[in-house]
Design a binder for this molecule. Structure first.
Ligand code: UDP
Ligand code: MG
Length: 312
């Protein structure tokens, strides 16, 4: 198998068929397969996928999750079952043109020096505020972590087998794929592309989902917040000790007039606040360790269906 398309699907009943048809047209002449992951869709995505399998003689793999495990888990499952020498990760909603996937594949075939091509959005079709948040996120995470995330680079990419194997070797439960792609390294070529309108259905990423995803990324790929916490703790304690000295001196020299009630309240609130923040941050890491230590599978597949051109 030359090329595998890994396509995570969550409520994409109206898109999977169109996707398959477009792929057939655009990828003519290339030996390819499509690996669909049905990520616990609430609509009829799985029925549609089975119809495609029945009606069309395509090289297909359908991985049917037992529930919604998230796109990241879907990608992992897809990469595990992709047989291609080259693997493309692409959305089911046709926002990412299959023609660009083909170009990325051809680029890798022609350029031995590169292991991977990643597509980034030339111009973002979204609100200014969201773009602002995203810019802040990239600035922050690139400062905090050792890996360098390429701004606006999506999951939309084509990679060689060795890159796929490297990604699969990272079997952590909390999968922040932007970080994982950067962490494994390799020679990546970045190319722009125009993101399209969704073919049908709605996006499943709300602002809060994105916000949580961003926090996830920072916690997974940096321990700097813990360092900040330590620094903060040391700083407050130092200030507290200094203040204590001031109070002692004041009492010795000036005597104790009215006890500093407001000061105490302020200090208690201040320290209490810092302690809660610190505990929260430590808790975040602990929670990650807790889940990671359980060593749960990244996904559970109800069924995995293979079919190939001969219709078996
Ligand atoms: N997706 C998924 N599981 C989820 C959410 C999304 O497999 O829990 C898939 C979805 O079907 C699509 C891709 O991930 O193929 C990108 O999702 P979406 O189009 O909603 O995101 P956007 O393009 O708005 O970033
Ligand atoms: Mg989309």
């Amino acid at each position: 198998m030359k090329l595998s398309l890994v396509v995570p699907c969550y409520n994409e009943e109206e898109n999977v068929k169109v996707f398959t048809e477009q792929a057939r047209k655009i990828l003519q002449g290339i030996e390819y397969e499509i690996v669909f992951i049905n990520d616990g869709s609430k609509d009829h995505t799985i029925q549609k996928l089975k119809e495609i399998k029945k009606e069309e003689k395509e090289n297909l793999v359908i991985i049917n999750f037992s529930r919604n495990f998230g796109k990241e888990a879907g990608l992992y499952a897809g990469l595990q079952h992709a047989a291609g020498e080259y693997v493309v990760i692409i959305d089911a909603d046709l926002q990412q043109p299959i023609a660009v996937a083909r170009e990325m594949y051809e680029f890798l075939e022609a350029n031995e020096d590169y292991d991977e091509v990643a597509a980034y959005q030339e111009e973002r079709k979204e609100g200014k505020i969201l773009t602002g948040f995203k810019t802040a996120f990239y600035a922050l995470i690139n400062k905090m972590s050792d890996v360098e995330l390429y701004k606006n680079a999506s999951d939309f990419r084509c990679m060689r087998r060795n890159v796929v194997d490297a990604i699969l070797s990272m079997s952590e439960y909390h999968r922040f794929s932007k970080g994982i792609f950067a962490w494994v390294g390799f020679n990546t070529y970045y190319r722009p592309y125009q993101v399209q309108e969704r073919n049908a259905g709605t996006t499943s990423w709300s602002f809060w989902k994105l916000f949580n995803y961003a926090i996830e990324g920072m916690i997974s790929f940096s321990t700097k917040p813990l360092r900040v916490v330590t620094t903060l703790g040391i700083a407050t304690s130092t200030i507290a000790v200094l203040y204590m000295l001031v109070v002692i001196l004041q009492t010795l020299i000036l005597g104790n007039d009215v006890p500093g009630y407001p000061t105490i309240i302020v200090l208690i609130l201040f320290l209490g606040g810092i302690q809660l923040t610190v505990m929260g941050i430590i808790g975040e890491y602990l929670a990650k360790v807790h889940i990671e230590v359980k060593n749960r599978p990244i996904y559970i597949a109800k069924e995995i269906i293979h079919s190939n051109k001969t219709g078996e």
